[in-house]
Write a protein that binds this ligand. Structure first.
Ligand code: 1Q0
Length: 210
């Protein structure tokens, strides 16, 4: 009952948000994308202060994007496709020079989404300990973009991760088998959002925005 209290993490909500992201025209909507991230961040915050250097960065990135969505150019930030079109209108050099662009910020979250996909796959299969699954997923994704000191801090934090059973429980979707089934359902949606974004950014040569 405590776990079901208001504000508690539910993977179902996160799944639904990422599911709502992709339109029939295969556009990725920013509002549900951020809503999915807010759910994940809430979960990360519940894991304790060891992870706050990670959640702080994620919060900053989500807030920056919310600012764009709620700003004067808000209608340009409805989808990732419209955002790219809008921010590239001033030319690629101008976009590269901006540290507060939606594109460079989404790119960071996009790389983290790859981590999430790998992590959830490992969690579902249950072949290794969570900290190992998390470290492997990180090394195969985000680590390539992080300096040594961040990689070190991340690796230390991963040791504090709860067990697989605890994870399946905090997912808040009921019995363990249901939690595993829900993971199986969530992963393709997250994968879909990831691959559409990857293709969009590759097409516009935005995968290395500084
Ligand atoms: C569960 C454990 C969570 C582990 C998260 C893995 C990511 C580690 C990232 C560590 C680096 C964070 C510090 C900041 C780095 C920035 O320099 C970097 C680049 O940005 P910039 O502006 O300097 O160019 N930022 C990033 O790479 C973005 C990192 C965002 C990470 C967001 C992670 C959100 C995680 C949520 C937990 C989801 C767990 C779901 C499990 C559900 C099943 C129960």
């Amino acid at each position: 009952a405590a776990a079901a209290a208001a504000g508690a993490f539910s993977l179902r909500e996160v799944l639904e948000a990422f599911q709502r992201c992709v339109t029939e025209q295969r556009e990725v909507l920013l509002e549900p994308y951020l809503s999915g991230w807010r759910g994940l961040i809430r979960f990360l915050q519940s894991l304790g202060t060891v992870f706050s250097f990670i959640s702080k960065d994620a919060v900053a990135k989500v807030s920056l994007l919310e600012g764009h969505c709620g700003g004067r150019q808000g209608q340009q930030y409805v989808s990732l496709q419209s955002m790219v079109r809008h921010e590239l209108a001033a030319g690629p050099a101008a976009l590269r020079a901006r540290s507060d662009s939606g594109c460079r910020t989404v790119l960071r979250l996009h790389r983290a989404l790859r981590w999430l996909q790998l992590f959830l796959e490992g969690l579902r299969s249950g072949d290794s300990r969570t900290s190992v699954v998390c470290t492997d997923a990180y090394n195969a994704s985000l680590a390539a973009y992080h300096p040594w000191v961040v990689r070190k801090a991340a690796t230390v934090a991963f040791c504090a991760l709860p067990s697989r059973d605890a994870f399946l429980e905090i997912m808040n979707v009921g019995p363990r088998e249901e939690a595993v089934a829900m993971l199986g359902e969530a992963i393709p949606y997250i994968g879909d959002v990831y691959s559409i974004t990857q293709e969009l950014f590759a097409q516009h040569k935005l995968l290395d925005l500084p």
